[in-house]
Design a binder for this molecule. Structure first.
Ligand code: ARG
Length: 649
């Protein structure tokens, strides 16, 4: 049972006699951090006391007098300055737990008003090396889809692939000039990725060579600025502004030097490689020409369109094989190209409504509080990523009737989404929730963005292979009793689970350092730990030769005779809150946290309470039911995250 919501609703009723706005105080009732303070605790008496000009303890006492919770709890007590502590009646907890153990949904309620969610995730730029960020988007987006669906919402997953961008100009240019036919026949996607990187590298080379003299001039000016600022600051040691100014210009110089070093390095790589240098010299205008190929494609050039038609399906097939490994399915993968015909209309509408203005030849929307313009058409007439996203919004709202549209995209695009959502609102799309579900960067041990060895789609696949190989070592160590085939299967679950879980258990906003060792630890907050916990519980049922279906159907009561048993029962009843919590701010880590706590609760329970040898038979049955429910909660919870389990590990 959802005790938390029930208690909050009772508290709401009691609060109405004290305040006109009970809602602000209801959420101050929370699960207790420490069992010492009961099962739930409300700290609303303190802020209320200020409003009604009484002492917090008096307010707490008045609330308790009004609270009608006798069927659920012991009489609440007041602690410290005015905390109200609730302790569930153990018999009631036992009864509700018994119901949960028989419930298909393990007590997880469905929402009363289902919404239509579009979840835009993964969304890589096809034919361009896919990076770990896309993996993060895939994992987080998949978990959110599963959770929202389980809660009863209508969910449409959309892979908004970048299949119309400037990378195609590079690939087409590369294909026309540098392709290796045998390689293309053997592995077209790998060859296209190579061509993309090559053209990019050569175009970069020419840009950097042209730009370096300017950068060096800038460095000289910056060094002067630093010297001056230091002098000023030294002359007035107490002047904080001068010190700040000196710091600022020093930092600018550091950044500039880093930019120059990196440019020199990139130029050096080409200069030092005779074959590359030859290509660079033979294609001095490569950047410009690649852009022209993109423009030709967009203008409907037959040859370029033919190549595009050939490239895209091959790239999509390669992506598909990766999605399969994650168990990810998309309801739609419309992609940027699909919206192409709708773009002129969007710009027209913005102009007609006086929302867009032409600035330096480009058509832009200016959003209050943002210096950067939202460019919907460039001076050369090209539409942009922004225009496509506006067309996408129109389609999602008008045709798909979205109540909410989630964009699972890395945090570097936050400005784009801020401008996009503000513009959409101006256009009248103001009844839909638009959310950038942003996430941080995956870092290597060197704290720089993590790169797979080859840095492309294939690289991501080999990352998964590596995870499975590493998992194999753990499985061989811990599960020597399993057959070769079982160990291979389990290794896939453990390896994939580790990759998925490590991503989800971090607060999505933060960056994290990728570490094989940590993510595969059998002890700690990992998928592996939860998967082993699941298998352990299954092992108990197996050893006891328990038929779980019969056990559930037999109508046994739950007996909560010891603290660990009671704590586990309470934890199982919180599953519904954990799942719902994920959907509030789209945070899967709230579910991983819950599962980890559940596995820990189970460990304490199993440590304190014998199961198979428990007597009398009714106590044994009760404990077996707790085991069975724990296994089901772990399995269901992991499944919602996109992680599989095995009964034997
Ligand atoms: N293709 C983009 C990228 O790889 C992400 C697209 C996200 N979705 C969107 N509707 N903008 O950076």
């Amino acid at each position: 049972m959802d005790f938390l919501s029930e208690l909050r609703s009772r508290l709401r009723t009691a609060l109405t006699s004290l305040t006109d706005s009970p809602e602000t105080f209801v959420d101050m009732l929370k699960p207790s951090q420490d069992g010492k303070f009961g099962d739930f605790q409300a700290n609303c008496a303190m802020p209320l006391a200020k409003l009604v000009k009484q002492t917090p303890r008096d307010v707490a006492a008045a609330l308790i007098a009004k609270l009608d919770v006798a069927d659920l709890c012991e009489t609440p007590d007041i602690a410290g300055p005015g905390f109200i502590n609730f302790r569930l009646k153990t018999e009631r907890l036992a009864d509700e737990t018994a119901k949960l153990t028989r419930d298909d949904r393990l007590g997880v309620a469905t929402v009363t008003s289902p919404r239509t969610y579009i979840v835009d995730f993964s969304s890589p730029n096809v034919a361009k090396p896919m990076h770990v960020g896309h993996l993060r988007s895939t994992v987080i987006g998949n978990a959110l889809c599963r959770v929202l669906q389980f809660l009863g919402h209508r969910v449409l997953s959309d892979n908004h692939v970048g299949d119309w961008g400037t990378q195609f100009g590079m690939i087409i240019y590369g294909y026309k000039h540098f392709r290796d036919d045998a390689a293309y026949r053997g592995d077209p996607v790998a060859e296209l990725a190579r061509l993309y990187r090559l053209v990019n590298q050569l175009a970069d080379y020419h840009d950097l060579v042209a730009n370096l003299p300017k950068l060096r001039e800038k460095q000289a000016a910056s060094e002067m600025a630093v010297a001056t600022a230091r002098q000023t600051s030294a002359a007035k040691p107490a002047d904080k502004d001068a010190a700040r100014q000196a710091k600022k210009v020093e930092q600018e110089l550091v950044d500039l030097k880093a930019e120059i070093t990196s440019a020199e390095k990139k130029v050096g790589v080409v200069d030092a490689n005779p074959a590359l240098k030859l290509l660079a010299d033979a294609h001095p205008k490569i950047g410009e020409l690649a852009r022209r190929e993109t423009a030709k494609l967009h203008a409907g050039d037959a040859e370029n369109k033919r190549l595009w038609d050939e490239f895209v399906p091959q790239c999509m097939a390669a992506l598909e094989s990766m999605y399969k490994r994650f168990g990810v399915q998309f309801d739609m993968a419309l992609g940027e190209s699909w919206y192409n015909p709708m773009l002129p209309d969007i710009v027209d509408e913005l102009k007609k409504k006086n929302l867009a203005v032409v600035s330096e030849g480009a058509t832009c929307v200016f959003v209050e509080g943002n210096a950067a313009p939202f460019i919907v058409q460039k001076a050369d007439g090209a539409f942009t990523y922004a225009t496509t996203d506006l067309a996408t919004i129109r389609y999602r709202v008008e045709t798909l009737h979205a109540d909410a549209s989630l964009y699972v995209v890395d945090s570097r695009q936050s400005e784009h989404f801020q401008l996009l959502f503000a513009t959409a609102k101006k256009m009248g799309f103001d009844q839909t929730e638009f959310r950038h579900v942003s996430f941080g960067t995956v870092l290597g041990e060197d704290r720089r963005p993590y790169k797979t060895r080859s840095g492309d789609t294939i690289g991501l696949e080999s990352l998964l292979d590596e995870a499975i190989q590493n998992a194999r070592k753990i499985v061989d160590e811990n599960s020597a009793h399993l057959s070769e085939a079982d160990r291979a299967n389990v290794s896939v679950l453990v390896g994939m689970g580790a990759i998925i879980y490590v991503d989800l258990h971090h607060n999505r906003d933060s960056d994290y350092v990728f570490s094989w060792e940590k993510m595969l630890a059998t002890n700690g907050d990992t998928a592996t730990y939860n998967q082993y916990a699941y298998a352990r519980v299954c092992g108990i049922l197996r050893k006891g030769e328990v038929d779980a279906r019969e056990l559930r159907a037999a109508g046994h009561a739950i007996q909560l005779t010891s603290p660990a048993e009671r704590a586990l029962a309470l934890q199982l009843n919180r599953f519904t809150n954990a799942v719902a919590d994920v959907s509030i701010d789209y945070r899967p880590n709230l579910l991983t946290q819950y599962l980890f706590e559940t596995a820990n609760c189970f460990a304490s329970f199993y440590n304190d309470c014998p199961v198979l040898t428990a007597e009398p038979a009714s106590l044994r049955a009760s404990r077996l039911l707790l085991c069975d429910a724990t296994a089901r909660v772990l399995k269901q919870g992991l499944e919602l995250l996109g992680i599989g389990v095995a009964e034997q590990m």
